[in-house]
Design a protein around this ligand. Sequence first.
Ligand SMILES: [Fe+2]
Length: 147
Amino acid sequence: MHLFFFLKQRNPGISFRMTIAAAQGVFFNAFFFGYMISPSLCHRFVGYLEEEAVHTYTVLLDCLDKGKLEKWAETKAPREAAEYYNLPEGSMMRDLIVAVRADEICHREVNHHFADLPAYAEVDHLHVHINDKNRVVIEKIDPDERR
Ligand SMILES: [Fe+2]
């Protein structure tokens, strides 16, 4: 989702948008077939991808704090992004980036967690949570609850 929020800041032309759509189409199909072959490898790959995103957003926040991105320092978060991340009225781009980074931390943890599970482990996805220490927790499930 955050891709669209950042795209809106730049409002790229049709060729850029088509390139992104084509890249996503290629990736989706490659990932789909890759997932059928090795789900854990795919989760590990996404976990590292998300880890890199967390690093990138951390560097971005550092640049903002050091005054290297003057325009973004004065830019309010787009309304749709603020609503999506439940940010308070008047939130700035920095607030949005912090929220996006927190989201990416969750994605990283969940993907590394699933990469560690055996491929055909039975997991009730409704009971997977991230705790306040950014660790993945799977609640114990009452077997009667499943019925
Ligand atoms: Fe993500």
